[in-house]
Design a protein around this ligand. Structure first.
Ligand SMILES: [Zn+2]
Ligand SMILES: [Zn+2]
Length: 169
């Protein structure tokens, strides 16, 4: 877990601190599959801008996630470029909206923030290719490598009902 000690950033209002940091990334789970960041430590740029009422934190990094294609399960790599932004008020006066969940005791939790920012940017389904044909629901073979159909599909009961109806006309 990577954290940043905010006491290191003694800024006055209007001042900005820009620092290169290395962030430890955690694996993400999507649709029951685990996606591992490779490498799991990435260089990131942290920017802290002090305002009168609080601070604005920005984090920029690139991550590469490795895991199975949602449809055909082959190894897939997803590259993501992240720009995350957080505001944290000095005195939130009980307003949770103005408090960053990643700040506690003058410490910014960069790993948790990076994980959440990354998962917000992920597509609903991670596919090895946008037109992945998936696995055959009948025999389980990869339809990308062996496109095929099975005869059994013509025995669909819905079609049988239609055929019977046609026979009566
Ligand atoms: Zn696929
Ligand atoms: Zn098949």
């Amino acid at each position: 877990m990577t954290t940043f000690d905010l006491r290191r950033a003694r800024l006055r209002s209007g001042e900005q601190l820009r620092e290169s940091v290395e962030v430890q990334l955690e694996p993400l789970v999507l649709g029951g599959n685990e996606y591992a960041p490779v490498p799991d430590r990435v260089p990131a740029e942290l920017t802290i801008t002090k305002a009168t009422s609080g601070g604005v934190f920005e984090l920029d990094f690139r991550a590469s996630l490795h895991g199975p294609c949602f449809r055909c399960l082959r190894d897939t790599v997803l590259e993501q470029s992240i720009h995350a932004r957080e505001y944290h008020a000095n005195e939130p006066a009980g307003d949770e909206e103005l408090r960053s969940p990643y700040v506690a005791d003058d410490t910014l939790d960069l790993s948790a923030w990076a994980r959440d920012a990354l998962s917000l940017e992920l597509p609903d389904k991670i596919l090895h290719s946008p037109d992945c044909a998936g696995l055959c629901p009948v025999c389980g073979k990869d339809l990308n490598e062996e496109p095929h159909a099975h005869e059994e599909t013509s025995g669909d009961p819905r079609w049988a009902a239609l055929d019977e109806l046609r026979g009566r006309l």
